[in-house]
Design a protein around this ligand. Sequence first.
Ligand SMILES: Cc1cc2nc3c(=O)[nH]c(=O)nc-3n(C[C@H](O)[C@H](O)[C@H](O)COP(=O)(O)OP(=O)(O)OC[C@H]3O[C@@H](n4cnc5c(N)ncnc54)[C@H](O)[C@@H]3O)c2cc1C
Length: 415
Amino acid sequence: MTIRQTLRTDGPVLLPGDTGYDEHRKALNPALDPRPAVVVRAESTADVQRAVLGARRHALPFAVQATGHGTHVAHDGALLLRTGAMASVLVDPDRRVARVGPGARWGDVLTAAAPFGLAPLSGSAPDVGVVGYTLGGGLGWLARAYGLAADSVLRAQVVTADGELTTASADRNPDLFWALRGGGGSFGVVTALDFRLYPVTRVYAGAVTFGRERAAETIAFYRRWIERVPDSLSTALLLTRDGSLVVKAMYVGDADRSRALLAPLWTVAGPVVADGMRVVDYAGAAMGGTFARTFDQVRTLDDELVTALVAEPDAAVEIRHWGGRIARDDGAAAHRDAPLSVVLDTVASPTTAAALSRCGLGSSFLNFLHDPSRTASAFTNENWAALRQIKAAYDPANIFGAGLAVPPAATSVSA
Ligand SMILES: Cc1cc2nc3c(=O)[nH]c(=O)nc-3n(C[C@H](O)[C@H](O)[C@H](O)COP(=O)(O)OP(=O)(O)OC[C@H]3O[C@@H](n4cnc5c(N)ncnc54)[C@H](O)[C@@H]3O)c2cc1C
C-alpha cells in the first residue's frame, strides 16, 4: 500500500510533485531546503494519529511543524506533519484559561484574550506557534512577573508514539506532563494545550536609545541595579550594530513608578537620543528580539566580559535580565539560577567566547538553540536524566526524534 493509501487523512497528503508540496515542505530558515518524503496537512486529531501511525508503518522519520520558526534541520525523507490548519483558540475568561489547537500562533491568542482584559505569556513575535514556543520553555516579557510559558500549562492532549490520544495534566500522566512543559517536542504531538492567562492589559513598554560612549559603565551598573528591581519590571540592554546602546523595558504597572525605577540606569547611560517608552496595550508592545547565534546564561558579567562585549566587532549584543518568577518555579525547562543571558547575533570573537565561558553556566535555552547536538545543555543534569527516562517510557523507539530532541535513556537488559 502506498503512503497516500495508508494515511486516509481529512487534510491533504502532499508528495513531491503535488501542487502545494513545495509551499508546505519549507521551514522559515531560508538556508534549509528540506525534501520530506510526504507532507501531511492535518485538519483533525485523527489526522495526527493517522500520520504518526503512517510514519511508523512506512518506517519514515517523523517531524511536526506548525509555523517553521523553530525548525533547524531539514526533514529530508521524513513524514512532515503540518498543523497550521488546526489553529483554534478558545478563551474561558472566568477560569482565565485558554485552549489552543497545535496550529495556533501567539497573535491569535492575544487577539482572543484581550477583550477580556487577559494576556498570555507570549514571546516577542506574534507569528510564533504557541505549542512549539511553550514546549520549549517560552521566555516572554512577562516571564519575570508570571514565569515561563511552560510553567503555566494546565493540561495537554497528546498523540503518543503508539498513535493513542492521551491526556497529560497534574493528575493524569504527571510524568509526561512534567516533561512536556519545557522538554520540547520529543514526547508526542500535542493536539490541544490549556494554559493560564493573566490580568494584563496596558503596560509601560518600549526602548530608550543612547549613544554607545557610556556602554561599559552602563553594563557595569546594570549588573548591580537588577538586584533591586521588582519582578514586574523586565529589562534588557542592547548594543546595536549602528553604534547605539538601547535600554528595553516592560513594566506591568504605573508609568511614573516605572520611570522612577529606570531613572538611575538611564542617568548612567548618558543623554537620551530617543525615548520610545509608552503606555501601550500588551498585545501591541513591539519589543523586538535579537537572533541568538550565540546564547549564554551567565552568573555575572565580570569586567573583562563587559569590555569584550562592548568591543565586539560587527555584532548586535543583548544582555537580558531573567530571575523573578522564572527562578522561583522549578519545571523541566531551562536553568533557573542564572540572573542574566547574553545573546550575540554572530559567532562570538575568541576574547568574548573565553569571557562568556568563564562567567557562564555553559547552558542554553531550548527555544534559543539551533544546534541539536547541544540539546542537553538546555537542561540541568538532573532534569536531562529525568527527561530521558520519561522519553524511554513513552517513546522508546524515538519516533519523535527530529530536531532538538531528548534521546531515550538506555534501557537496562536483565540477564
Ligand atoms: C522571530 C522569532 C522570535 C522568537 N521569540 C521567542 C521568544 O520571545 N521567546 C521564546 O521562548 N522563544 C522565541 N522564539 C523561539 C520559538 O519559540 C521556537 O523556535 C519554537 O520552537 C517555535 O515554535 P513554532 O511552532 O512556531 O515552530 P515550528 O518550527 O513549527 O516547530 C518547532 C518545534 O516545535 C515542536 N512542535 C511544534 N508543534 C508541536 C506539536 N503540536 N507537538 C509537539 N511538538 C511540536 C517540534 O519539536 C518542532 O520541531 C522565537 C523564534 C523566532 C523565529
